[in-house]
Write a protein that binds this ligand. Structure first.
Ligand SMILES: O=C(O)c1cc(=O)[nH]c(=O)n1[C@@H]1O[C@H](COP(=O)(O)O)[C@@H](O)[C@H]1O
Length: 291
């Protein structure tokens, strides 16, 4: 199961997931000047970030919108970034946030779990129901793939729908998390005690953290919102368990670390230092929380 590889990787390298949300404007001009086009510049930037961070990052997440926005050049950079990560033995999450009827979901699953755009895990939106998730299950069970389904997100608008309560008092995000864990996730359990059907739980609010972690005790979390969106290490620590059980995404804070460091030639070292700093902050917040 992919969740066992992820668990092992977090145990060895820490919980930071480096987000390759590579906006072309983040690529320093000197590197853009050396490349033929924007797609090539994004790929060259990503490769240096990957080389610098792969021994300190638990996994990588590639957000497809940044690549789609550059058209075919961008999709080539997306394909080549995924291939480069997989060649280097890194675990890669394709952040595609899909959600559609079962027949269409079958095509998304094939498109992102095989062929040019093959990734290890993908992000999904549950709005259309559990039948929009089930077409991914055969890949999870038979081909070491996994999914992270949006449960309680990091953005301010999360309260618009996710916090609505049913008559029994459960929030929508509670219901989504419970049904994913109890109905779909049970058949995808890894030896580490977590399922390869994971949940996206934003790290920008820690109010409900303990309840969420307790209720979803078999669910591995993808936790975005640390760094650029203001999520603090103390908040994030509450979503982890024994320094594992989740990966903490950081995109802009890592990719743009060179601007703070003031050296755009060595953007990769600045990214690496940022990952190490984030990992230390989060692991020491975990130690504090577990006391
Ligand atoms: O599914 C996600 O990854 C995601 C869910 C969520 O609730 N909030 C969220 O920010 N994300 C993604 O996580 C990344 C956050 O980026 P930074 O805020 O730059 O670290 C982006 O790729 C978002 O699309």
């Amino acid at each position: 199961m992919i969740v066992d590889r992820l668990y092992q990787s977090v145990a060895e390298k820490g919980p930071i997931c480096v987000g390759l949300d590579t906006d072309i404007s983040y690529v320093p001009q000197w590197l853009r000047d050396e490349c033929e086009n924007d797609g090539e510049a994004v790929l060259a930037f990503n490769k240096q970030i990957i080389d610098a961070c792969c021994d300190v990052a638990g996994c990588f997440k590639v957000q497809i919108a940044y690549y789609e926005s550059l058209g075919l050049q961008g999709l080539q950079a997306y394909r080549d970034t995924l291939a480069y990560l997989r060649q280097k033995g890194q675990i890669v999450i394709a952040d595609i946030k899909r959600g559609d009827i079962a027949k269409t979901a079958e095509m998304y699953a094939k498109g992102h779990f095989t062929g040019d755009f093959e990734a290890d895990l993908v992000t999904l939106s549950p709005f259309m129901g559990l039948d929009s998730i089930t077409p991914y299950l055969p890949y999870i069970k038979e081909q070491e793939k996994g999914v992270f389904v949006l449960v309680r997100t990091s953005n301010p608008g999360r309260e618009d729908f996710q916090y609505i309560r049913s008559e029994s008092g459960e929030t929508i995000y509670d219901i989504v998390g419970r049904r994913l864990q109890d109905e779909i996730g049970v058949d995808c359990m890894g030896q580490c005690g977590y399922s390869s059907v994971g949940a996206v739980i934003g790290g920008t609010s820690s109010l409900e953290a303990e309840t969420i972690r307790k209720k979803l005790d078999k669910t591995f979390f993808l936790i975005p919102g640390y760094g650029a969106q203001g999520g603090k290490a103390e908040d994030i620590a509450r979503y982890l368990k024994g320094r594992n059980g989740g990966v903490v995404n950081s995109s802009r804070a890592v990719l743009l670390a060179y601007k703070k460091a003031g050296d755009e030639r060595d953007f990769a070292t600045a990214a690496r230092n940022e990952v190490i700093k984030a990992r230390e902050e989060i692991l020491s917040a975990c130690a504090e929380y577990e006391k």
